[in-house]
Design a protein around this ligand. Structure first.
Ligand code: FPP
Length: 249
């Protein structure tokens, strides 16, 4: 019998960290003759499926770009609806997180979110803090340039206060000043909806990440689409600037 996509995944060659740019909710809704928020509402099922799929095969870290710094510029009604949807989804999905032993955390300028959203997030972060299988990180009011700017300011402050020497600033130190300090770099980035760009997401962290683009719009993304991306990743050779022969030694 043909193996399912999930069965084809090679257990000992999994990426530890998968990051996803969830894109295409608006276009999905438009295609159905509906308003944009209808697309966001239907994107929640894709978030649940992807999170479960990741936990089921043993992905340690899953990071989802849920709201960018630039998204604040969208019409007020859409921003408000997204914030309500976020609270509602976190409420409804807490049991999915507990059932699958998933820990929730956030990156981004969370202090800029409405206080009720912050409160809900903190509740669930606290409730899931001992969960071990997968860490689900939601990027909220996140942008990479914002994160890097903040890191540079913090590093400069420490140098000025003589708690850090300029000689000690290196490629290992810089990530400890980023929001993702407790996460390994993603080995795989998935972007849906056919767009092929990074949109200010994890620019430092994605230096050697494999990129996977699918034309599927986010609300249509399901477990099998996630497994397909993992399989594509497993078929690639990661050279990190070296040549093929050096890797086989
Ligand atoms: C991108 O589609 C999607 C977003 C900006 C929001 C993502 C939010 C969700 C999937 C819902 C709730 C989230 C969680 C984590 C429970 P787009 O609006 O940019 O689509 P378009 O490019 O077609 O306009």
């Amino acid at each position: 019998m043909m193996k399912t996509l999930k069965e084809q995944v090679i257990d000992n060659q999994l990426p530890r960290h998968v990051a996803i740019i969830m894109d295409g909710n608006g276009r999905w809704a438009k295609k159905k003759g509906n308003i944009r928020i209808f697309g966001h509402k239907n994107g929640v099922a894709a978030v649940r499926e992807t999170t479960e799929a990741a936990a089921e095969i043993g992905i340690e870290y899953l990071t989802l770009y849920a709201f960018s710094t630039e998204n604040w510029q969208r019409p007020r009604t859409e921003v408000d609806a997204l914030m309500s949807l976020l609270i509602q989804s976190i409420n409804n999905e807490t049991s999915t997180l507990q059932k699958n032993d998933i820990q929730l955390q956030t990156i981004g300028d969370v202090a800029s979110l409405p206080v009720n959203v912050q409160k809900k997030l903190n509740e669930v972060i606290e409730a899931t803090k001992n969960n071990k299988r997968t860490v689900l990180t939601l990027a909220l009011s996140y942008s990479s340039r914002w994160e890097i700017t903040k890191a540079v300011k913090n590093i400069a402050t420490q140098v000025k206060q003589n708690t850090l020497n300029i000689e000690d600033i290196n490629e290992e130190l810089i990530p400890t000043f980023l929001n993702t300090a407790n996460l390994p770099d993603p080995e795989l980035l998935i972007r849906t909806s056919g767009e092929q760009r990074l949109s200010n997401f994890l620019l430092y962290q994605l230096a050697y990440t494999e990129l996977f683009f699918t034309p599927k719009l986010w609300p249509d993304f399901r477990k099998n689409d996630f497994y397909e991306a993992i399989l594509a990743f497993q078929g690639r050779e990661r050279r990190f600037g070296k040549i093929s022969e050096q890797l086989k030694k």
